[in-house]
Structures are given as structure tokens and as C-alpha cells.
Design a protein around this ligand. Sequence first.
Ligand SMILES: CCCCCCCC/C=C\CCCCCCCCCCCCC/C=C/C(=O)SCCNC(=O)CCNC(=O)[C@H](O)C(C)(C)COP(=O)(O)OP(=O)(O)OC[C@H]1O[C@@H](n2cnc3c(N)ncnc32)[C@H](O)[C@@H]1OP(=O)(O)O
Ligand SMILES: Cc1cc2nc3c(=O)[nH]c(=O)nc-3n(C[C@H](O)[C@H](O)[C@H](O)COP(=O)(O)OP(=O)(O)OC[C@H]3O[C@@H](n4cnc5c(N)ncnc54)[C@H](O)[C@@H]3O)c2cc1C
Length: 651
Amino acid sequence: MEGVDHLAHERNKSEFDVDAMKIVWAGSPHAFVVSDRISKLVASDPGFRKDNRSTLSRKELFKNTLRKAAYAWKTIIDLHLSEEEAAKLRFYVDEPAFTDVHWGMFIPAIKGQGTEEQQQKWLPLAYKMQIIGCYAQTELGHGSNVQGLETTATFDPQTDEFIIHSPTLTSSKWWPGGLGKVATHAIAYALLIVGGREQGVHGFIVQLRSLEDHSPLPGMTVGDIGMKFGNGAYNAMDNGVLRFDHVRIPRNQMLMRCAQYTCLCMPSDAKLILEPCILIRVSQVTCEGKYKQSDVPRQLVYGAMLYVRQTIVADASCALSRAVCIATRYSAVRRQFGSQNGGPETQVIDYKTQQSRLFPLLASAYAFRFVGEWLKWLYADVTQRLQANDFSTLPEAHACTAGLKSLTTTATADGIEECRKLCGGHGYLCSSGLPELFAVYVPACTYEGENTVLLLQVARFLMKTVSQLGSSKKPVGTIAYMTRVEHLMQCRCGVQRGFAELSADLVEAAVAHCQLLVVSKFIEKLQQEIPGKGVKQQLEVLCNIYALFLLHKHQGDFLSTGCITPKHAALANDELRSLYSQVRPNAIALVDAFNYTDHYLGSILGCYDGNVYPKLYEAAWKDPLNESVVPDGYHQYIRPLLKQEIRTARL
Ligand SMILES: CCCCCCCC/C=C\CCCCCCCCCCCCC/C=C/C(=O)SCCNC(=O)CCNC(=O)[C@H](O)C(C)(C)COP(=O)(O)OP(=O)(O)OC[C@H]1O[C@@H](n2cnc3c(N)ncnc32)[C@H](O)[C@@H]1OP(=O)(O)O
Ligand SMILES: Cc1cc2nc3c(=O)[nH]c(=O)nc-3n(C[C@H](O)[C@H](O)[C@H](O)COP(=O)(O)OP(=O)(O)OC[C@H]3O[C@@H](n4cnc5c(N)ncnc54)[C@H](O)[C@@H]3O)c2cc1C
């Protein structure tokens, strides 16, 4: 039987309203309509074709990405797309590009840390893409440790300028996306030196390339850092290297204000829209060469990272759901063993082992979706509070964004790889879509804060909270539960001792805290009204799978701390098995609810109609290696080998 019939049969088994679930997944009926329309627009436009990416050379890939970015921008302008629609278009075009960093980091950094004058000067140009920006923070020798950056920005009061300089090889900027070949400007982070005194790391707007002929400006040595992991994939991005040799910029190009807690605003007609934002001055250098710092928390300069980490959490559910959709559909198509009386073999999705690897990932995709929604709310909430000069929830917002970024990207990267394995040998083919998805996704565990480094930030926050237990400062919000954990009261005196020594255990505690967050936000979601036949029931099953799977995976910790008994552990495992059986008939419908087009999935194994084998067979013949029956190199290397005379006696 062909796959196409097979999946139709699977769809008929489902016990809930898939259209209603699509709306839950999208977030609202409006979000669904926008997403559905834009995904179809992209899928039907040959200008956004992506099935040939893995066969392109680096140069061809990069040029093709430039073409797509220009074409995407033209589409946005011609169709007068709104900010929401433009963001969806970028999502469905599905190509890492300099535009991500321009819109996702360069513009938010200016909006966040620029003065009003700076915003008025630079944002209209950036919004119209008349300048293209990158975010140049990381250096060859320094990434996680931002305070350790070596690039210097020395104020020269004679000329009212900063001199930006890379004093060592290790101070070369290294990694910024878009820097290598495209960006005309950068937000460069450098150690500020005023009157001979170091004043910490600050951001500066630096022009890199001529707006006439794109050549690097005097004093700049700039280029691409080279091929990265995987063919195609993130190599569409020109991550770059940059050295400054005493480059002079006007004093008014130091970012002197901190108000980053505003959302990205991309106007449909590329005209400037300035949103209301917080006007907090963090630091300033005057023309007389005086450095002034206000008394607001210095951590506000990390706001751009808070913003991007929150978007990364929202993106994790997309990447994981995409892999899960591919693996689930293929698991229903693929058959191995178990043929009875010459009948069909068993669908691999019916094997309990397959279910126990696949369904927790399906549940995780939904769990991350809802925690991502909640994190957006938290980010909006902290923004509002900061506008009222209330900094009280900033540490919690930092811990949540950092911790959830770490948890969800790690689980998603691992989950994509598990989905590849769940697809057996065919999962290793580029046409499965999974190798490229993994290669594009996996750096999310490193960029925007290396995942272990971020968990250490969460651990620091948790330990601070524990040390304050019993004081008048009661933990609230996501750490309110700590007052209920008696054991923590006994720990509180010792928490400031041995942090480094115990850091591996503390990282585990940080992960557990984040997992609790994900579970509790899933439960909160279920407490809302959820319309649609059987939708809530399905989500309850998935929520229970997510929670019980974690309990099962970490049962050693639960048992050793006396939180559960061996009997509980066994019951949890029984329940998990029963939940897998409940998901089974709904599995295909649950991944259909993601509403992904075949174009976006980019996977023969995951195609909607399940018609996998003819498509795999057809695709093989399109490989460049099959352009000729006899390969290039036959006459040079194969034929001489076949015709060689055996000269050595032993052979
Ligand atoms: C082809 C298609 C084209 C389509 C075109 C269409 C057009 C587009 C239209 C629309 C599109 C919309 C697009 C949106 C796209 C969005 C996508 C975004 C893509 C992103 C791409 C990512 C690329 C990668 C970028 C990077 O990686 S940038 C570099 C990031 N670097 C880091 O993250 C460094 C990590 N290190 C740190 O964060 C810090 O150094 C530290 C580890 C936190 C330590 O800080 P430090 O001050 O040195 O140490 P401490 O003394 O420990 O202080 C910590 C102190 O501060 C608090 N803290 C720390 N961080 C924060 C924070 N962020 N906020 C608040 N508070 C913070 C911490 O709690 C401590 O407080 P206490 O002292 O009180 O304990
Ligand atoms: C694809 C990609 C795109 C990027 N884009 C940009 C960009 O646009 N702009 C930009 O500025 N940067 C960018 N980066 C750089 C990125 O932000 C850094 O690589 C990241 O912050 C990690 O820093 P690092 O490389 O210094 O890692 P390191 O900190 O050197 O990490 C190495 C190891 O050391 C461990 N480690 C480090 N510190 C500690 C500690 N205190 N305690 C315990 N363990 C520790 C880490 O856990 C890790 O295992 C990008 C990186 C990648 C891979």
C-alpha cells in the first residue's frame, strides 16, 4: 500500500478537532490565519525554493541567500506586509541570513541602548535597510565573558572622538553574523577608556564598509571566518572576523542610553515607527571627557540578549515540532517485521520502543510552545515594570530567559538528532530534511549565551533565593515554591560557600527548576478554556507524558531524595505506557496541527501525503552525481585501477 493511503487512514483515526488544535498551536485564530496565508505564499513562490541547498557550493549558497533576502524584502514592500506578516515570511523562507541579526539584534540594540538622537539618525536607515547592521560582541578570545572583551574605545577629547582598536589577535571580533561580507555597520562592544580609566564594556555604532562600493573603510580588516558545521545549513550566514586599527568614530556613536525593553517594530511600508520606550540613561561620556554613570542596574545593558533569548525559546518549539512531524509521519509509513500470512509488516510507530522515544518529543514540542508563550508575557511584563522604574523582577526575567533558552535549545538539538535516528537509514539522507535542520539548529546551544554558562546564571539566582529564605524577602513568582521545600531551609546557611566546587550539581538543580517551569506552564495552559472537540483531552495526555517522562528519566534523583517511592516510580512508568497508547491513534493529527507546508518541512520523509518511496526514488535521480551514468573521473581513476596489472606477488 502506498503511503498516501496510509496517512489518510491514520488521519481518520484521530479523536479530536484538528482545526481547533491548529488554532491552539498558532496562539489565536488571527495568528493562525496569518501564518497559514504566509506559509502558502512562500511555498507557492519558486523564488523561495530551497530543495537544492545541500548541493550548492558555499559561494553559490551565499549568493542564493543574498538573492532570497532581496526578494523577501521586495515581497514585504510590494505586498505591504505588516510586521507580524514579515516575521512569518522570514520564518517560512527558512534560511539563516544576515537579515536575522540586522532585525533581531542590530535594530533592538539601537532601540534599546541608543539615545533619541541616535535612534532618529540610525533607525530610519536601518528600517529601510539602507544600512545593514550586525552585532559585534564576541571576540576570538572572549565570548561568554563579556566583561573580558579586549577591544578598546579610547576617548580623545581633542577631536571629540573614540578610537576603536583591536590591541591583540584575541581581541579580533569573531563570529558576528552578517559581518563577514554584508554588514555596512556594526554595534561593536568595546572596553571604554576615558581619561586613562577603564569604564567597562559599552556598545558603539561603527560604519564598516563604504555605502558607495562596499569596500571596508580605512583601519578595518574584515572577512568571513570560514565553513561551519554541515553542508548548506548555517553556511548561508557570513559569520565574520573584524580587526580595528585605531578607527575613529564621533563621540555621538557610543550607545548612551538603556531602554532595550521594547519590542521590535518593523513597519510595513519601511517608514519609521518609534515606539514608546524607557528613557533611562545608563552611562554617558561628555565632550569634556567626563564619564557619568546613573544608579540604575548596570545589567540593563544586557537587555538585547534578554530579548533575543526569549525569541529563541519561542523558536525551539518550531524546530522541534518540525523534526517530530517528519519522524511521526515517517514512522506511520515505515513498516518492519511482523507480517502475518503475507500481510503488511508492522508500522514502526506501533512499536512501544518507537513510541517511548517519539511521543515524549511530541509532548515536548507542545510544552515548549506554551512556555514560549508565557515567556513572551513575562518579557512584556518586565518591560512594563521597567517603564515604571520597577527593577524588582529583572533578576527573575533574566533567570527565566537564560534557563529556558538553555533547556529548550538543548532538548531541541538532542530531539532533532533522535528524530533522525527514529527515521533509520533514510533519516541520514539530506532529503529527509533532518541533517540540515540539526546543523542549522545546533549552534543555538552556544550562541546568545552558551547553555551551561546560562544555567550557572540560573543557579546563581536560585542560590541567592535560598540564602534569603527565612528572611522578610519572600520568594514570589516562579520561585514561590521554594518556601514550601523544607529541605532548602536547612541549606540556606551554606549556599554562598563552594559555588564553584558544586557547580556541576547546581547546574542540574537549575535544569530541574526550568523543567518545573515548563511543566507548571503547561498545567496553567490547561486551566484555560480550550475550545474544540477532544482538544483539551489530547493536551492533558501530552502534559502528563511530558511530566511523567521527566520523572521517569530522573527517577534516580526523585528516589534518592525521597520525593517518591519505588512503588510511585513503577506506577508512573505504567501510566506513561498507557498514555503512549492513548496518543498513538492521534499522533498524525497532532503533528498535522502544526500546519506545516511540505515546503517548510523540506523533507520527503515528512511529506503530508506520506508518499515517501516514489519521492525518495525520484529525488535520488536528481542528484548531480547522477547527471551522467559514468562518473567524471572514471577514465582518470577507476579504469586504470580496473585495468592494472597485479605486480605484487602477495596480492
Ligand atoms: C532570507 C530571508 C530574509 C527574510 C527577510 C525578512 C525581513 C525580516 C523582517 C522581520 C524579521 C524579524 C526577525 C527577528 C529575528 C530574530 C532572530 C534572532 C536571531 C538571533 C541570531 C543569533 C545570533 C547570535 C548572536 C550572539 O551570540 S550575540 C553574543 C551573545 N553573547 C552572550 O550571550 C554572552 C553570554 N554572557 C553573558 O551574558 C554575561 O557575560 C554573563 C554570563 C551573564 C555574565 O555577566 P557578567 O556581568 O560578566 O557577570 P556577573 O558578575 O555574573 O553578573 C551577572 C549579574 O548580572 C545579571 N544579569 C546577567 N545577564 C543579565 C540580563 N541579560 N538581564 C538582566 N540581568 C542580567 C545576573 O543576574 C547577575 O546579577 P547579580 O549580580 O544580581 O546576581
Ligand atoms: C552560529 C553562531 C553565531 C554567532 N553569532 C554571533 C553574533 O552575531 N554576534 C556575536 O557577538 N557573537 C556571535 N556568536 C558567538 C557566541 O555568542 C559565543 O560563541 C557564545 O556566547 C559562547 O561563547 P564562547 O564561544 O566564548 O564559548 P566559551 O565560553 O569559550 O565556552 C567553551 C566551554 O567553556 C565552558 N565555560 C565557559 N565559561 C564557563 C564558566 N564560567 N563556568 C563553567 N564553564 C564555562 C562552556 O560551558 C563551554 O563548554 C555566534 C556563535 C555561533 C556558534
